[in-house]
Design a protein around this ligand. Structure first.
Ligand code: ADP
Ligand code: ADP
Length: 229
């Protein structure tokens, strides 16, 4: 586990400043929502957290270690970070268990360790009974739980969720929201949750950073943010 410290982080694409100067501290084990309309800089922030891109200025530290600055970008696979995207990205020709084990196989873990981690991750999202099924046999919510289990299996210190519910219908969205909260309460992994949906941020997050035009406009508990007139 680890905290995340973002200081004066900026990112320009050519002459366009997508992030102007972001300061954010995410305590160890917290679940922070990055909330804001399309184009406000949420994905850019997430890309920098993941190590997919280089900031134009400022820095990001995880557990005190410098992981992103204009001079230094620790590659994604060395950050202890897992991602879940909106479009699940599960492999259709692999079973649930094979999907979840994928990242573990890349790490060449001993068989017993791999099996133990696989079982733990499947159990965490309550997919154990479906482990031999294929994605086409699952609902959208179950497929999203496969993606979540795959992210958890590598035991990340940080979890990044990019609009994880936006491909689900209203009923499944609610179920998955509850699932994410439950898994977070159980495992306590430091989590950044990107969404444009206020309701999602309100019920899921401990803390909400409201972004607008490349800055963090407001930061506080869901109650602080949403109870204001
Ligand atoms: P959000 O995730 O909140 O919708 P983004 O971080 O994707 O916002 O985008 C912030 C701004 O930066 C937008 O105006 C977007 O058009 C711009 N942008 C994002 N990525 C690129 C890129 N690779 N090249 C040029 N402009 C980009
Ligand atoms: P241990 O492996 O000794 O149980 P851990 O700190 O690894 O200790 O895990 C504590 C509990 O958290 C485990 O019992 C398990 O239920 C859950 N857990 C930890 N890591 C994961 C993971 N990657 N996927 C699913 N569950 C996990």
């Amino acid at each position: 586990m680890s905290d995340i410290d973002i200081r004066q982080l900026s990112k320009s694409y050519g002459a366009y400043q997508a992030l102007k100067s972001i300061d954010l501290h995410i305590p160890d084990g917290a679940l922070l929502a990055l909330l804001g309309p399309s184009g406000c800089g949420k994905s850019t922030t997430l890309q920098l957290l993941a190590g997919f891109d280089t900031p134009s200025g400022g820095e990001i530290r995880a557990g005190g270690e410098l992981i992103s600055s204009p001079q230094r970008v620790v590659p994604p696979e060395r950050r202890g970070i897992s991602l879940v995207f909106q479009n699940y990205a599960v492999w259709p020709h692999k079973t649930v268990a094979e999907n979840v084990a994928f990242g573990l196989k890349l790490r060449k873990l001993p068989r017993a360790e791999l099996d133990a981690r696989l079982s733990k991750a499947l159990e965490a999202v309550r997919l154990t009974p479906l482990r031999e099924r294929y994605p086409f046999e699952l609902s959208g919510g179950q497929q999203q739980r496969v993606a979540l289990a795959r992210a958890l299996a590598v035991e990340p210190r940080i979890l990044l969720l990019d609009e994880p519910l936006s491909n689900l219908d209203a009923h499944l969205r609610e179920e998955m929201r509850f699932e994410i909260r439950r898994v977070h309460d159980e495992l306590g992994i430091t989590t950044v949750y990107v969404t444009h949906d206020q309701g999602e941020a309100l019920v899921t997050a401990d803390e909400v950073a409201v972004m607008k035009g490349g800055i963090v406009q407001q930061l506080g508990s869901p109650e602080d943010i949403f109870e204001r007139p």
